[in-house]
Write a protein that binds this ligand. Structure first.
Ligand SMILES: *Cc1c(COP(=O)(O)O)cnc(C)c1O
Length: 401
């Protein structure tokens, strides 16, 4: 049997036709298809501006640059994320620090944030920006995070790499109602794809102008932004040090057709999540919690091997699933446990909830084309793994006194 991945893209004929259309046109990059993709995503999310870039990593980088993050500044994110959410601050020469997660939602803990802010305020070390991450597709408690941030004049950038299509308090994630900017990823394992790609959304015109320049060498041609008088139609000015982070029109064409299919993708992901919830009930697993505040886009379906209910470790269960052709993954090794961050001084135990979660988590396969048959196979494999050892409560360990 072919192995089942934890995530994968779905490309159909409408996607292929959309890309072919651009290949047959005059503009492979820097054409109108990019503008069209940006407008469509902005409209879907209910936000004013969108800037498409080459990856979410690039998006996070220029988001940080656009708010002037630099040396001497501090950025806070969570450890339960991909390294890119923290690296973006390092690219700008800023320091990174980590706020622990909530053990129930696996997202940034509001109480941990509140405590850490109070301490930072006392020490004069408040961050310039916070990057909450909507882990697995479930929105963070943005209303609370935004209130704490604005009370301390801190900028908020949502890392929504997992969360296009997710909802929070009646808004689409990406509306930026509770943040300065939101970032999406269009990597093939994410909800919709452009091959590689990302986007920054904002309601702020000043950030929008800056983001557009930063993705293209810091160059502008817009007359109202020029420092000097235009010398002719060829004229442009480089106003700051930008990058080459553009998306191609070929990618944007794929993005447009994928966005059209987003409702269908979300429907299936949510259906699969509901089915997992039902099929896995009773096993020694902690199933993902859905907050009543919104609706997840289910980029991931993360479970925890419940160490209070089984003797099997996460590694035991992970290895057994892999052996049965179920290509599960682990999201995430706490970022500060990476050697690069260790070398910056972070130590074991820094965020105990993120570490406890990491010790037990496994992401089960979750993607649009995962069939009901494949899902029952995965569930059967899990049932067999636990049946083989007995899934009853872990026996009390005897201690010698
Ligand atoms: C995938 C991912 C990124 C980076 O996305 P790219 O488009 O691959 O650069 C950033 N943050 C999170 C949480 C991610 O999952």
């Amino acid at each position: 049997m072919k192995s089942i991945p934890y995530g994968r893209q779905h490309i159909d004929d409408s996607d292929i036709q959309s890309v072919i259309g651009v290949l047959q046109s005059d503009w492979l990059t820097q054409g109108k298809t990019i503008d069209c993709f940006e407008e469509k995503v902005a409209e879907y999310c209910g936000v004013k501006y969108a800037v498409a870039v080459s990856s979410a990593t690039a998006a996070l980088h220029i988001a940080c640059l656009s708010i002037g993050l630099g040396e001497g500044d501090i950025l806070w994110t969570v450890p339960n994320t991909f390294v890119a959410s923290a690296n973006c601050a390092r690219y700008c020469g800023a320091e990174v620090d980590f706020v622990d997660i909530d053990p129930k939602t696996y997202n940034m803990s509001v109480s941990a944030l509140e405590e850490k802010l109070a301490l930072a305020k006392k020490n004069g070390k408040l961050p310039k920006a916070i990057i909450p991450v909507h882990f697995s597709g479930q929105s963070c408690d943005m209303e609370a995070i935004s209130a704490l941030a604005s009370a301390n004049h801190i900028m908020v950038v949502e890392d929504a790499a997992h969360a296009i299509g997710a909802e929070y308090r009646g808004q689409q994630v990406g509306s930026c109602k509770y943040s300065d900017m939101t970032v999406f990823s269009f990597h093939p394992v994410k909800i919709i794809t452009t091959g590689e790609g990302g986007m920054v959304l904002t309601n702020r015109k000043d950030l929008y102008d800056s983001l557009r320049r930063l993705r293209s060498h810091g160059i502008t041609r817009e007359s109202e932004l020029l420092v000097n008088e235009s010398q002719g139609d060829w004229y442009y000015e480089q106003l700051e040090l930008g990058y080459h982070y553009r998306m191609t029109d070929i990618q944007a064409a794929l993005g447009i057709s994928q966005l059209d299919r987003l409702p269908e993708f979300l429907k299936r992901r949510r259906e699969l999540a509901t089915q997992y919830d039902q099929l896995l009930a009773g096993l020694p697993l902690v199933l993902p919690y859905q907050s009543a505040d919104g609706q997840s886009s289910y980029h991931l379906y993360p479970v925890q091997v419940d160490s209070t209910k089984t003797n099997l470790s996460r590694k035991d269960v992970f290895d057994a699933l892999r052996k049965a052709g179920v290509n599960v993954q682990v999201h995430y090794i706490p970022v500060y446990q990476q050697p690069y961050y260790r070398a910056l001084g972070f130590t074991e135990g820094y965020c105990s909830n993120a570490e406890a979660y990491y010790a037990q988590c496994i992401s089960l396969p979750m993607y649009y084309s995962l069939s009901d048959e494949q899902q029952s196979y995965i569930v059967d494999v899990l049932k067999n793994i636990f049946a083989a050892v007995g899934a009853g409560p872990k026996p009390e360990s005897k201690t010698c006194v």
